[in-house]
Write a protein that binds this ligand. Sequence first.
Ligand SMILES: [Fe+2]
Ligand SMILES: [Fe+2]
Length: 293
Amino acid sequence: MTDNKNNPFNKPTDHQIKPRYVDFNISEKSPLYWHGENAFNTHFFNAFFTTFPAGEMFFVRSVQKYRHLINNEELQQDINDFSSQEGNHSHAHDLHGDVLAAQGYSSIARDNKFLDGALKLFNKVMPKFSLAVTIAIEHFTAILSHQVYASPELFVEPIHEDFKPLFLWHAAEEIEHKGVAYDVYQAVDGSYSRRIIAMVLTTITILMLVFVRLAPLLRKDKLLWSGRTWKNGMSFLFGKQGLFTLVVPHYKQFYRRDFHPWDEQDYHFIDQFREEFDSGRFVNNIPTSATSA
Ligand SMILES: [Fe+2]
Ligand SMILES: [Fe+2]
């Protein structure tokens, strides 16, 4: 872990947070089962990713609430870029939710209305704890994104071409901005106990929420009570090569008192994505352009 006056946020030397706008090719004509042609795996990601429109606006509100306490110019700029990236992600996953609605999955829009209202109230009533929850969820998104890039054969190669750019773009930008909310939290007061309580509660809530949102998607496909679907699904998440199993060591780092997101120097994971994006080769036939805050 590097920690010195020239690099107070432990960031990689060539690091920048670059909000990128992309028009995605997903539509109701995209395949229903876009991850490995597998219903459970796809609906797990559908259930999780479609929390982002409400969730990411919650992160932005949580961080913006305290930006007046930040004296560091670099961190102020990072807050701008973080907010732009999360805003773009939120819109992209709104489109994802619209596609699911058009495909007949009506539960997502209803659940999101409730989630958005609950998170706005949470911001108002418990702003400091909201920031602690934000850094906990940002750790989740960072370690899942890390794993996506670390094990492409398990998590990227099975994705249908329509969804692959959305998946890779979001994961890359989550790695890119993973330290911002944490650095704001440290500047606000950095309470260790609040951070740990937030992580424990967030872990339980996220696991419950994903399964509560996943169930209606499987029910619509008449797979909710399919033993085979659940057996394969549990193996995808909790098996030896399962997504959740693989991230456990990285997840546990958060509980260290001296933890910082950039202890894990994984910025090079997204070198190829950055190069492809900057050269306009990221999404076939669609010009890519960067937007800044
Ligand atoms: Fe995001
Ligand atoms: Fe994020």
